[in-house]
Design a protein around this ligand. Structure first.
Ligand code: ADP
Ligand code: MG
Length: 255
């Protein structure tokens, strides 16, 4: 059975999309077949791999999956060896309003993946920076949550709210949902504040924190403009090393 990961944090700029792109690429390079799903109307993940649909009005996207029962086959695109992507579109920004009255609105993605996700080893869902209906669909479809936290501006209150949301999704819709791990992103080891935040994260979340810490690295910010992951853009960078290590850790833990 394939594992479905939702990368969730209601805060923007913490490294969700960067993690979705480069963890997926790391797993794909290790021979795993990976489907990335972009659920953010900003479509940063889609743009990262040159699959933005907003410039091509006739293209179908995750919006059509959720709104019009489109089939995953018709939306998913080839990215590179072992790597596929279901792109987002700006239309997703209206999803909360448009789908609010639909019965089963929280499990539209889960239903779309049924009978389809099995052809991949893992599915990695990049969620938007809010806890609305799109992130809820991600959490209902997932078996594991990956929770990126930014080491400089961590707000434990926001993370607690997210953990509460995960608990309610687990009891209401998805008993098999677990926290796969908390990932410290944008870590600047030269700053004392970042170091103490990393310690606080470990005190607070214990074993849930990945051993791998993602350091701040300019290649990670540059890779999207090159249309590829950091592992292809700059394989010797610390960003490539960190996301490679994260892929190894996830394979090793089997989480
Ligand atoms: P989110 O999806 O949570 O909003 P992103 O992954 O888009 O966050 O990251 C926000 C910005 O920070 C992006 O411009 C991205 O390129 C950059 N970024 C993310 N992680 C790193 C990192 N480890 N080092 C340097 N820049 C990063
Ligand atoms: Mg993002």
């Amino acid at each position: 059975m394939s594992r479905v990961y939702a990368i969730v944090n209601q805060k923007g700029g913490v490294g969700k999309t960067t993690t979705a792109a480069n963890l997926s690429a790391g797993l794909a390079k290790r021979g795993k077949k990976i489907l990335m799903i972009d659920l953010d109307a900003q479509a940063n993940l889609s743009a990262h791999f040159g699959c933005a649909v907003n410039d091509e009005p006739e293209s179908v996207s995750m919006y059509d999956i959720l709104r019009h029962n489109e089939k995953m086959e018709n939306v998913v695109r080839d990215v590179s060896e072992n790597l596929w992507l279901a792109p987002a579109s700006l239309l997703l920004s209206a999803a909360d309003l448009e789908l609010g009255g639909v019965i089963g609105r929280e499990s539209l993605l889960k239903r779309a993946l049924k009978g389809y996700s099995e052809r991949f080893d893992s599915v990695i869902i990049d969620c938007p920076p809010s806890l609305g209906l799109l992130s809820l669909n991600g959490l209902v479809a997932a078996s594991r949550v990956i929770l990126p936290v930014q080491s400089e501006f961590l707000s434990l209150h926001g993370v607690r709210q997210l953990l509460d949301t995960i608990d309610s999704v687990r009891s209401a819709y998805n008993p098999s949902l677990e926290v796969g791990g908390v990932l410290v992103c944008l870590f600047d080891s030269r700053r004392r504040l970042a170091r103490s935040v990393a310690d606080t994260v470990r005190e607070y979340f214990g074993d849930l924190v990945f051993d791998t810490i993602v350091r701040t690295n300019v290649s990670l910010a540059e890779a999207p403009a090159r249309g590829c992951s950091v592992l292809d853009y700059d394989p010797k960078s610390s960003g490539a090393e960190d996301y490679g290590k994260l892929a190894d850790e996830i394979i090793r833990r089997g989480t």
